[in-house]
Design a protein around this ligand. Structure first.
Ligand code: SF4
Length: 228
């Protein structure tokens, strides 16, 4: 058989674009591609748009209320998350739940959690800009489907990954940003708080307490506005 004829047997150009998306980061994922998170998660679990797909156990897409008013966006899965397929389930996750619970917010009712990258970077390194960019269309689809009013961005990688803002988290935490018509609040990543346990005034934990109260206030304001 002629070489070109053999190749043509594997020519996928006749497949519809959605079937090709996971393998090729050059193929855009247009807004509206996914009808629901299940379809998106299925694609993430077979995705090879960046090299992180080759070492994952599970893609970590999200957890929480799919109709939540608040979305928390983390960086990328760690070991526990890669094993379970769920974001923020290790010590950082427990601390995040505690912080949210301190202002009576819960992943069952008010919160949906996602990550900038769906697959675990080796040795828990920070995802590269290329990896974040390859994965971003999935995140944008999640935001479109969940449609949160408030987005909490945990740490500088998360802020940069979504908004492109490269400022250090210490400079921008606690200040509302507007991105694509949504309110975003940069906050410290819970793992940073685990490394800085002091609760003294001015410490990262103390600052997080100020920030999460601002989030609760804004959440109440938006709820009241919708009821009036
Ligand atoms: S990190 Fe995102 S873009 Fe990269 S392989 Fe996983 S799902 Fe695909």
């Amino acid at each position: 058989m002629h070489h070109e004829t053999q190749l043509s047997l594997f020519d996928h150009s006749s497949l519809n674009q959605q079937d090709q998306i996971p393998a090729n980061s050059k193929i855009p994922i247009t807004p509206g591609t996914y009808e629901n998170i299940e379809a998106l998660a299925k694609h993430c679990n077979i995705c090879n748009r960046c090299p992180l797909g080759q070492t994952r156990t599970h893609a970590v897409v999200g957890r929480g209320n799919l109709r939540a008013e608040i979305m928390v966006i983390g960086e990328a899965p760690g070991k526990n998350e890669d094993e379970t397929g769920l974001p923020f389930v290790g010590r950082s996750g427990q601390l995040l739940e505690k912080i949210l619970a301190s202002v009576e917010l819960s992943t069952e009712t008010d919160i949906y959690i996602a990550n900038i990258c769906k697959c675990r970077p080796p040795e828990n390194r920070v995802p590269t800009s290329e990896e974040a960019a390859a994965c971003k269309p999935y995140l944008l689809e999640q935001i479109r489907l969940v449609d949160p009013k408030i987005i909490l961005l945990t740490g500088a990688t998360s802020v940069k990954g979504l908004t492109g803002d490269k400022r250090p988290i210490t400079k921008i935490r606690g200040e509302w940003l507007e991105w694509e018509g949504r309110l975003c609040m940069p906050i410290f990543h819970p793992s940073y708080l685990l490394r800085n346990p002091s609760k003294e005034k001015g410490s990262p934990k103390w600052l997080m307490w100020q920030d999460i109260q601002k989030v609760r206030d804004k959440f109440d304001q938006l709820k009241n506005k919708n009821q009036n």
